[in-house]
Ligand binder design. Structure first.
Ligand SMILES: [Fe+2]
Length: 203
């Protein structure tokens, strides 16, 4: 079965004014959809229909397929990382944040630094690696799925299409707004079970 566009877990206007309905209509409705269409096309051409999305990312032998399938998965995960409700990290996530970064403010500062410093397109990540929280960024359509031992907890889309409508070229303002108002810390905490990869998978 071809991969399909997962519906947003909120209405397109729910994240305004931090992320507008227009951004979501383009970002989810056009950009995410385009990665799905391209992945389906490349899988058909390669005779890979019937494989799960995670399988395809891990075994892709061509860059176009790996990048498009990675983008498909990354966006499916990203929408779940956002919430119109103001949330805070529940336990035991808060304990890990305090242990590994000192405070939520310090973690957010690190995420913002990494997100703003990332050159070009890509994604900032909070991951669990060997039992410890780790902040890093990956380029273009790269994803933790393609690397061993990385359990994704939270991601921030750093492609310009994520912020250009609302913030023009000001990535720092977009990242600051996202971290201050839109992170779904309940979802981030859920991913401590190591099953985050499956939460954006498709069969
Ligand atoms: Fe994106």
């Amino acid at each position: 079965m071809p991969f399909t566009l997962p519906p947003l877990p909120y209405t397109p206007d729910a994240l305004a004014p931090h992320m507008s309905a227009e951004t979501l209509e383009y970002h989810h409705g056009k950009h995410h959809q385009a990665y799905i269409d391209k992945t389906n096309q490349l899988m058909t051409e390669a005779g890979l229909q019937g494989r799960s999305l995670v399988d395809v990312i891990r075994s892709a032998e061509s860059d176009p397929l790996r990048n498009n399938a990675g983008q498909l998965w990354n966006h499916s995960f990203f929408w779940q990382c956002l919430s119109p409700e103001q949330t805070t990290p529940p336990e035991p996530l808060m304990h890990l944040i305090t242990r590994d970064f000192g405070s939520l403010e310090a973690l957010n500062k690190k995420l913002a630094e990494v997100a703003v410093a990332h050159f070009g397109s890509g994604w900032a990540w909070l991951m669990l690696v060997d039992g410890a929280l780790q902040v890093t960024s990956l380029h273009d359509g790269d994803t933790p799925i393609a690397h061993g031992g990385m359990a994704p907890l939270l991601t921030i889309d750093l492609w310009e299409h994520a912020y250009y409508i609302d913030y023009r070229n000001a990535r720092p303002k977009y990242v600051e707004a996202l971290l201050a108002a839109l992170i779904n810390w309940e979802f981030v905490a859920l991913n401590l079970d190591g099953n985050g990869i499956q939460r954006a998978n498709q069969d």
